[in-house]
Structure formats: structure tokens, C-alpha cells
Design a protein around this ligand. Sequence first.
Ligand code: 4AD
Ligand code: MG
Length: 477
Amino acid sequence: MKRTKIKELLDAPIIGKKVNVKGWVRTFRNNQFIAINDGSTINNIQGVVDFENTDEKTLKRITTGACISITGDLAESKGKGQSVEVIVENIEILGDADPEKYPLQPKKHSLEFLREIAHLRVRTNTFSAIYRIRHAMIFAVHKFFTERGFYNVHTPIITGSDAEGAGEMFRVTTLDPLNPAKDEDGNVNYKEDFFGKETNLTVSGQLEGETACMGLSEIYTFGPTFRAENSNTSRHLAEFWMIEPEMAFYDINDNMDLAEAFVKYLVNYALDNCADDLTFLNQRALDDEKTKPQQERNELSLLERLRFVAENDFERITYTEAIDILKNSKPNKKKKFQYLIEEWGADLQSEHERFLVEKHFKKPVILYNYPKDIKAFYMRQNDDGKTVAAMDVLFPGIGEIIGGSQREERYNLLKQRIDEIGIPEKDLWWYLDLRKFGSAPHSGFGLGFERMIQFVSGMTNIRDVIPFPRTPDNAEF
Ligand code: 4AD
Ligand code: MG
């Protein structure tokens, strides 16, 4: 019999229809009620077993985590918590899960514990909801840009250039095919760089994205990016996904407009299309809040935060204005915001960003016109000679969610900056070519996809919004 997904059964139930459901057992109560989930929705379907006419051996095998197939008629449910149920006529055990060994028992497990079993955590409500939201957000990204006439461009993962100039790169080497294993001393036999050329895993697709926008006008990339920074924070991964639009004929203001419209669109898409999962995560976040000290609790619930961001204008201020605000703020005794900035020119730390967003403005903030010395070489110099047309979008609870800028399109100024910083011209000759042949004002930005998912799902650790997080302490799976 053809399988029906649980979501389909619950969305449009046909009472009396014979159905087949396949999925994983969440709970089995009183030798009678099986809660089954197949990942199509956060909701389970209940199977009602005629235990008197089912053999003992089969009943014993219906355990949490087992994969089963049930067939029977769909009926209205008299029980609480569900509207319909399957009156089971036939059960098949597809895969046993030894209850002595299966690590996911029907109780609340800590997120830390679940990270150690990343291969199984998709079977919890929290993680299946996050996987589904991630999917919805991927789709919404493509929908947003397609509706605006942008083209999706694949940029290389193995690259010879350091787009951010920060030197945080993973080197790509080839193993010796004749002797790929370790030698007696345990050293791996690396053969050479990538066929003789020094290459790295990309930190950003921006520079290649710029080449595409200088012909297609408006493009975006959406791919994995890699940062070899040794930071163990709740917002950093060594491998994360980034969306990088790049637009010819946009200045910094157009860039800020697009960035704001983009994140609002994603939030609205989630509110409109992920209601069940967000309701669940909202409750989860509320329960979580209760375990925190009063002063660390959020004033708004997750759903309220999402609606707030979707409906309100972001604050836009220059770096210089932000420094003034920080200088004039009183240090907070409770440690959190005590490192208020002294000097113009210093890079903002996350506590400064959080102060501006969470305490001062109480809304998302776009900071722009940063000192040129703390920003990347490709950003467009402003007429003051001190700042560049950079912009960062800062979010409550997250900090920097987007980084971007208007790009330096003037050959002489870009060449001068590259020389000042000491980047060899041979690494960027093609990038300079764009400014020699038909140059145009253009802008772009990068949205950290996992930070966006953190905001939408309310998860506090970035390790919990990507199926297999890569961090200095975890590359096992
Ligand atoms: O600010 P970043 O480094 O900017 C760029 O890479 C530019 N090339 C983007 C562009 O203009 N096209 O990174 C952009 C965003 C950050 O705002 C943050 O959301 C995310 O990428 N990000 C990280 N997310 C997770 N783990 C990390 N280690 C991240 N580093 C940056
Ligand atoms: Mg940045």
C-alpha cells in the first residue's frame, strides 16, 4: 500500500480511509497507543493497537526509536491532543531500536548531549523543526532574489584568493596517491599544494560574485564558506553558509535598503509558512527563559521578536555616531556592557554592538561608514579620507548578522589600497581588470545563514542550527 505522509493526513483527514504510515516511534503507552513521527510535520499521528490480537513479540518491538509501518483506517480520535488516529490492522517493524541502547528516550535531553549524537538529533522535535525552518529559509532566499530579477551564481570553493584579507583560511593540499596513509611516525604524506598552486577553501564568494555582477547587473551567491578562526563562541562556525548578493549601480544606501528588505522578507516568510514549528520553538524558548536570571530574560517572546523585526524600520547610524553614543553611556556594573569604547578608530566588540541594539535603540541597527583601517581592502573610500562605505546589520541576541559595503570601483584608489596593504597584484589582477574595463559603482553584502536561522528559531548556540557543526572542538561526523 502506498504510504501517506503524516502532514497530509493531518492537513486533510479523510475519516474511514485506509492509510499506511511509516515513521519512527516517539512513545508507546499502555501497550496500545503509538505516537509516530515521520518528519513531515512537528505533529505525531497516533496509532491505536488492538493489543489483545497482536502477538507479544511484535508488541515488545514497538519501542521508542524503532521504525515501523502501520496500516489501518483513519478515525476520529476520542483522546486529548489529536483529532484523528489510525486504527491499526497491521504493523510491520522496519527497524528495531534496542531500548537499552537507544540514546533518545522520551524525556528532555540537554542540547549539549544532543550535539554528541548529531546523527540522531534530527529525531527530536527541536531539531526536526530547525531542519524544516532551514529548508523554508533556503527556499525563501531563492524566492526573494528571483522575484527581483537577481541571478544565482555558483562561486568556487577552492580558490587562490583571500577575499577578506584576514588570513583565516584552510589550505587545500593533495595527498600522495601512492602513499596516502600516515608514515611510521604518524605524519601524513602531503604531496603538494593543489597541483603546484597555493589554494584555500573560500572565506567568501564576493570577489567572484563581483565579476558576475559586472555583466549580469544583479546576482547572489549561496554557498558554504570556511573560516579557520579558532573561536569557540555561540556565533562562530569554521564552516557556515553565506548568501552574498552583489549589485551593479547600487550605492551604500541602496545596499542598506536591500539588506533590510531581505531579512524582513525572510522573517515574514517564516511567520507565514512555519507556524507549527515556530509555535513549538516559541514555547521552547519561553520554558528556557524561566531557567535564566531575571535580568537576562528577553522582554519579548520569540514570536514577538520576529514580528517586531518584520514591522519596524531599522535604525541607521554612522560608526562615528555610534562611538559618541558609546562614549556617553554609563558603564554597567553588571559586567555585560562595561567595556565601553574610548577611541574613534577601534573595532566594535560584540558587547558594544549588543549595547546599541538591545539597550540603546532596542531594535536592529545598521552601522555604516566605518574607519577604513578596520575594514577590508575592497571597500569604497569616502571623501573624508578616513572612512569607507561599509555597513553592518546588527540584530538583538545575535550581533552582526550582515556585513557589506559599496565597493571601490575606481582603479587608482583600489590599486593604491592593495599596494598599501601589501597584497601581491598577481593574486588580484583579474579583480583589478574589472576596474579597467567598464567599471561601475556597485555594492553587496553577506548574510550569515546560520545567524539568521538562530534569530528565527531562537536557538542561542549556532551549533544547534546546522546539521553537523564544524568548530575547533567538533569535526567528528
Ligand atoms: O562580515 P563578513 O566577514 O563579510 C564578508 O565575508 C563579505 N565578503 C560579505 C560581502 O560583502 N559579500 O561575513 C558576513 C557575515 C557576517 O555578518 C556573519 O553573519 C557571517 O557572515 N559570519 C559567520 N557566521 C558564522 N560563523 C562565522 N565564523 C562567521 N563569520 C562571518
Ligand atoms: Mg563582518
